[in-house]
Design a protein. Structure first.
Length: 210
């Protein structure tokens, strides 16, 4: 409706029975989705200007490591030519940036996986699709997943939905997720918060861990 404010929209959804609260659970894991040079190199076609979000992710990563809580990283990797990428690879030609051996697929040094941290290699949007992530989280005793990374409308959203559908509480960190356009980011944050996840800030997570 024209002229409706974000506050009006939130109020409308709450009155309709959306936007409940799930909480942090007892043992959260940090999920860092696809943060790599492809989104940080201004010359790359997928560049998303997520430098500030990466700083928030780094803060969370240090906090989870300090508490010795599980950390999971995801990365995208395709066979050159995309034989294992199916129609997704055909639909988004920019995914060639993730062909095996591409430097654009590598994480920044500050967010590189530490020894013993799980790295999930995937070909599709969800961190769960075609991977062992759900089984890994279960084996680690995790009941909630703090979700960060890129892109909010793509792999973050798909992973958020599958986190819920696999029986874990999704907590999407709004200021630690990024997208190519703020409007797309905001729309997806709103919808995930209404239907699938708690939307939290980096500060919220740090307070909980403290």
């Amino acid at each position: 409706m024209a002229g409706r404010t974000p506050e009006d929209l939130q109020d409308d959804y709450r009155k309709a029975g959306f936007s409940g609260t799930l909480g942090f659970g007892k043992r959260p894991a940090l999920l860092i989705i696809d943060v790599c040079a492809a989104y940080l190199d201004p010359e790359a076609p997928l560049y998303a200007g997520i430098e500030a979000e990466c700083a928030s992710i780094e803060t969370l990563l240090q906090a989870f490591r300090a508490k010795r809580l599980p950390v999971v990283h995801t990365r995208v990797e395709f066979l050159p030519g995309g034989a294992d990428g199916g129609h997704f690879y055909r639909k988004v030609p920019a995914l060639k940036a993730f062909d095996r051996g591409s430097p654009l697929a590598e994480p920044p040094t500050a967010l590189a996986p530490a020894k013993g941290e799980v790295v999930v290699t995937k070909q599709y949007a969800s961190a769960y699709f075609g991977t062992s992530l759900a089984s890994t989280l279960t084996a680690l005793g995790v009941d909630s997943v703090v979700i960060t990374g890129v892109s909010t409308s793509g792999c973050v959203r798909a992973s958020c939905l599958d986190t819920l559908q696999h029986g874990f509480i999704p907590l999407v960190v709004e200021d630690a997720c990024g997208d190519r356009d703020r409007r797309v980011h905001d729309a997806n944050i709103f919808d995930m918060g209404a239907k699938y996840a708690d939307i939290v800030s980096t500060a919220d997570v740090l307070r909980h861990l403290a």
